[in-house]
Design a protein around this ligand. Structure first.
Ligand SMILES: [Zn+2]
Ligand SMILES: [Zn+2]
Length: 93
């Protein structure tokens, strides 16, 4: 399969969308604000993880095996990504 610039993800909620990547915590935890750390340098490359993953990443000093296991990346669509960002962003105290 050729590398495609317009990769399409089929989201159960939003249909065919652009894929984005979040850690499993951001996706699964819904009753707690975990923080939302975006770690992409490109605007069309959506990637984020929570504060726990950020702390783990700093301790591990890179994308180690242990970090990948802890982080357990999940693919979501860009709409879901925006929802997750709204839910987990640390706004005020
Ligand atoms: Zn996380
Ligand atoms: Zn979606």
């Amino acid at each position: 399969m050729p590398e495609s610039e317009c990769l399409i993800l089929k989201c159960g909620t939003h249909g065919e969308r652009v894929p984005a990547v979040v850690c499993c915590h951001l996706l699964q935890v819904r009753d707690e604000v975990l923080g939302f750390v975006e770690n992409s340098t490109q605007p069309d490359d959506l990637q984020a993880w929570c504060m726990r993953c950020e702390a783990m990443f700093l301790v591990e000093d890179g994308l180690t095996e242990a970090f990948r296991r802890f982080n357990d990346f999940k693919i979501v669509c860009d709409f879901c990504y925006a929802d997750i960002r709204a839910r987990h962003s640390l706004t005020d105290c």
